[in-house]
Ligand binder design. Structure first.
Ligand code: ADE
Length: 263
């Protein structure tokens, strides 16, 4: 088919690790369109339209393997044209505070170490440690975050008793560990001084998307600072406010996407 004559837009894949991280997305999709739910590889994929944009929405569950398997299914079973991950992360960068938002422009697996056979962090035989998000998609996501902060940030600042949340862009690091001690987060800062946030899925998604040449972008709200307080901070952030962030960011991002001419 000549791509210039295509009228049906391929869907966007939207995933998170935990239900709270998807906000109201599935409920809004149900209210807006006839949702078809397909179970594949023990996950439910919700296919429909949300905020005017065709999407496939799913929960990956936690960790790099779960994220990689889900991303692969989004690409191969659902033919998504791009992948967006939304969720929470631990703040690592010195200026990154709880309630801030981090858009991943580069992603790296901080627990990958096949040295001395290969350099630390490098994916063996792929010859890469850092994977790039799609910079256009990341910029669109960051713009949605900025609009969200401009319109809802004051209420969030009141919630945290802090200044307005900041939107950061840069390196997000991923590993199959919940980082929850001052010594562990210090070790990450020492080894990867440009890391802004730590989480458990993003770099796996970015690697799979790189391998299949599918654009991806990752947005993370900072639920904790990966120190000894992280478990309690993470748990309360997740139940109280993570959904407000995802709902507000994704609505603005998807509305803007729905306005774009079909590729
Ligand atoms: N996601 C949210 N907080 C995290 C942390 N401290 N470590 C890993 N993943 C996280």
């Amino acid at each position: 088919m000549n791509p210039t004559t295509r009228t049906v837009a391929r869907p966007l894949g939207v995933l998170a690790a935990l239900p709270e991280e998807l906000g109201d997305l599935i409920a809004t999709m149900r209210a807006e369109s006839g949702v078809k739910t397909v179970t594949h590889g023990r996950r439910d994929y919700h296919v429909g339209t949300v905020h005017g944009a065709p999407c496939v929405v799913t929960l990956a569950r936690i960790g790099k393997v779960a994220a990689a398997a889900t991303t692969s299914a989004l690409i191969h079973a659902f033919d998504v044209d791009a992948v967006v991950f939304t969720g929470v992360a631990g703040g690592v960068g010195p200026h990154v505070r709880i309630g801030d938002i981090v858009v991943g422009e580069t992603l790296l697996q901080h627990d990958l170490d096949a040295s001395p056979l290969f350099p630390r962090f490098e994916v063996p035989l792929l010859g890469m440690a850092r994977f790039s998000a799609d910079l256009r998609l990341a910029a669109q996501l960051a713009a949605a975050c900025e609009r969200f902060v401009a319109e809802e940030g004051a209420a969030l600042a009141a919630h945290f008793g802090t200044a307005l949340p900041q939107v950061h862009r840069g390196l997000v690091i991923s590993g199959d560990q919940f980082v929850a001690s001052a010594s562990a987060v210090e070790a990450l800062r020492a080894t990867l001084p440009d890391a802004l946030a730590v989480e458990m899925e993003g770099a796996a998604i970015a690697q799979v998307c790189h391998e299949y040449e599918v654009p991806c972008a990752i947005v993370r709200t900072v639920s904790d600072t990966a120190d000894d307080h992280a478990p309690t901070s993470f748990a309360s952030f997740l139940t109280e406010i993570a959904g407000t962030y995802s709902t507000g960011i994704l609505r603005r991002f998807l509305e803007a996407r729905a306005e774009e001419p079909a590729a």
